[in-house]
Design a protein around this ligand. Structure first.
Ligand SMILES: [Zn+2]
Length: 494
């Protein structure tokens, strides 16, 4: 295998990158022995802020994905290669490894070929409408034992935004590659967590992993991705760039030839916001909100872990969608679909998505079975953001929007802790995004503000890069208030 050297050169020094300026252009060169990719490689240091870098040794057996995407000029076809270094970190041996092929249920297609396990050809089997690929192992993978999986894949991206908010789409000149590579789901007491996701809600439940990604694309595209991107190298009509990120729950990429970027520095973090050239005033507003949220949540809970955060405006049908180190924001908000409410929607959506960097990416949860853990909490801390930054009046304004959501089901006391699939029609949005925030308010009133704040900070730190469950959240809260929260959970959650 080829040897590549890992080196990051950050060309943009902190002082030079403040306010409206081009995105920083670090040079990412992979120079790593592809037989021994692991999280404690130097290449994974630069995307993390200094205080977080010790996590690289602590997580040295986490999964590493080495991915190559070659994006066609049509922005629809993508050829991929993937090498996965996987160590069994479960408490039992594994007879197979599963991968999700999400494009097959997102209106596109993904075909995997030339699958190798430790260099030997293997024939996988498929299920869940071809969105699940099971890779049999010659002999069970013992706890602590590692394997290397290798494959090539072809991806055809849907040209509409019909399914799952258009997370994976080539639409109106914007390519969004979400869940666009074969990814290993969480394995826990349920075994491999793989199911067909409903149309509402998020798709994934992944462990935090490490990503080294090379992207080849038409040269006129501006590429926005989870992690730290290198400056593109252009040859003829193509550009090549490298991206590194980890720990992270997923890898996301968006591209357009019409993006303009504005950037702002918050401590060690560079925040970039990418929007169409005609929407730069709104783009600046999104950047300002994200910077304020980044500062607020870093102080309240624990620092944002990465040196970069990207906002990217896309044609998604959701208001916004969270990814590690990045978020998509719906173009229709910037275009003024909400009239006088445009700036309020833009700010609250941006802040909500920034909050997911703590509750979804840093602290993971089963987004299909326990969506309240990240969604209701993101709504609650957005409410807190208004209170902390602008005082009671602004917080009341956001509270009204939460009440408005809950009122869509006549304020029915439907439990907030159900799987996405258990909610019908408007219930998911009304309960998980409306009522759910009021549960945290009730919890704060029950525990007392100091104990509640300490609990939420502890939750972010204790479960950092792990997965939390409803019961674990409850136990931790009970530890902080030294009280029995079962009646409160029965009233709101179960
Ligand atoms: Zn959300």
């Amino acid at each position: 295998m080829k040897r590549l050297l890992v080196s990051f050169l950050t060309l943009c020094l902190l002082a030079a990158c403040s306010s409206i300026s081009p995105a920083p252009t670090p040079t990412v060169v992979f120079d790593t022995d592809l037989d021994h990719l692991q999280p404690d490689l130097p290449i994974f240091r630069e995307p993390l802020i200094e205080s977080q870098r010790s996590i690289l040794t602590a997580m040295d057996d986490a999964t590493v994905y080495r991915i190559e995407f070659a994006i066609d000029e049509d922005l629809i076809h993508v050829e991929g290669k993937e090498i996965v270094f996987y160590t069994n970190r479960e408490d039992e041996s594994l007879s197979n490894i599963q991968f999700r092929l999400f494009p097959n249920i997102l209106g596109g297609t993904m075909e995997v070929r030339d699958l190798l396990v430790d260099g030997k050809p293997v024939t996988p089997s498929y299920g869940l409408e071809n969105s699940l690929m099971t890779v049999p192992l010659e002999s069970p993978l013992a706890v602590g034992q590692s394997i290397r999986l290798e494959m090539e894949f072809s991806l055809e991206v849907p040209t509409d935004v019909e399914l799952n908010y258009g997370v994976l789409a080539s639409y109106e000149g914007v390519l969004t590659l979400a869940h666009a590579y074969p990814v290993i789901p969480v394995y826990n007491d349920e075994g491999w967590n793989a199911e067909l996701p409903p149309q509402a809600g998020d798709l994934t439940f992944n462990d935090a992993a490490f990503y080294l990604v090379t992207v080849t694309a038409p040269k006129d595209l501006m590429i926005v991705a989870s992690g730290l991107e290198s400056a593109p190298v252009t040859t003829g009509r193509q550009q090549v760039l490298n991206v590194a990120i980890g720990p992270a729950r997923d890898f996301f990429l968006a591209a357009s030839d019409d993006y303009e970027v504005v950037s702002q520095q918050v401590g060690e973090v560079t925040i970039n916001s990418y929007a169409p050239k005609s929407l730069q005033e709104q783009n600046q507003a999104a950047l300002t909100a994200a910077a304020r949220a980044m500062k607020t949540f870093s102080e309240q809970y624990t620092p944002y872990p990465y040196t970069e955060f990207d906002i990217v405006v896309t044609p998604t049908l959701a208001l916004g969608i969270e990814y590690p180190g990045a978020t998509a924001i719906a173009e229709r908000i910037l275009l003024g679909e909400y009239g006088e409410q445009t700036s309020a929607y833009l700010e609250s959506t941006t802040v909500h998505e920034v909050a997911h960097q703590w509750f979804y990416n840093l602290v993971g949860n089963d987004q299909l079975d326990e969506p309240w853990l990240d969604e209701s909490l993101a709504q609650y801390v957005t409410w807190q953001y208004y209170e902390l930054n602008f005082g009671a009046g602004a917080a009341d304004g956001f509270e009204q929007s939460l009440l408005g959501r809950w009122a869509r089901v006549e304020n029915a006391p439907i439990p907030i802790g159900q799987p996405v699939a258990a909610y019908e029609g408007r219930e998911y949005g009304a309960i998980v995004y409306g009522r759910g925030a009021f549960f945290f308010e009730a919890l704060k009133n029950k525990m007392g503000a100091p104990a509640f704040d300490a609990f939420l900070r502890d939750y972010a730190v204790t479960f950092a890069w792990e997965n939390a469950s409803t019961e674990e959240l409850k136990l931790l809260a009970e530890k902080h208030c030294n009280c029995d929260l079962t009646p409160l959970f029965e009233e709101w959650v179960y």
